[in-house]
Design a protein. Sequence first.
Length: 329
Amino acid sequence: MVEPTGLAALGALGWASFFSDQIGEGDAHLVPVRIANIHRARVSGYSAHGPIDLVLPANEAVGDYAVGDFVLAESGNHLVRRRLQRTSLLARRMSDGSTQLSGANVDTLFIVTSCNDDFSVPRLERYLAMAAQCEIPPVLVLTKADTQEDAGPFVALAAELARDLPVVVVDPRRPDAVMKLQSWFGVGKTVALTGSSGVGKSTLVNTLAGSGADTAQLTGAVRANDSKGRHTTTARSLHAVAGGGWVLDSPGIRSLHLGEMAEGLDVVFAEITELESQCKFRNCTHSHEPSCAVLKAVNDGRIDPERFARWRKLQDENNAFGAHKSPRR
């Protein structure tokens, strides 16, 4: 529960002028609430005075809202009247083509993976593309370094995934994990966690939030044969972090499907896409055309051929869903 009241409490929740500017004269009787938990048909959150169980309008579904959303609700029955516009929205495409809202008004995305068989360059590139498309700055958090004699190779691979990507190695069970990650937190700041199951996300949430037995996220064992974890987090939730800020946990992602992420791929593979303007043909496919600047860079070693192949694969997958980027000028 947030202890301050009034504007100080709203600020601690992440309230800013971006949201207050959306309040009109007709909203004076409504209470701002930040959604903190979504589980099946139940939605709850925090107002300036503490926790609230929200009631959604009859014509709206739980899936229309994301953890981290700010809504305006009736002060008596807590009926949601309006959702405020978001500063950011973390969303991903599901295998059936639908979109799942994972978090709203997020300042930083921690992409969590472990120093074992879970570490997958192609999958991490997908996460980074999602973060770039959502315009949420990513941080790569490496866990379970203690299972390796040397975590250096994992750190080196991680640093090459994207330009200026922060990479942090932590043990989610140790208190010093808070110190290593504290620069991304602060009063009103929200950090979301994503990654596959079993990499230590829920353990990290518990450490960051200092959760007690009543609020701690469940954690599961990891299978020794393939380093895969059990899917233990079943609901999306927002947790207060000691010292200020919020951490948003969500269920582990087993597979991440691209779609409408053309600009995100451009950011992650910047060393490739920046060369496209030097190609002879505006509609160059970078597969066989003469005077292709991208293929030339691959041939002379400036671009890693395996990374180029992964980029081509992701581009093809993204284009299959009609997510073409704007024409090059």
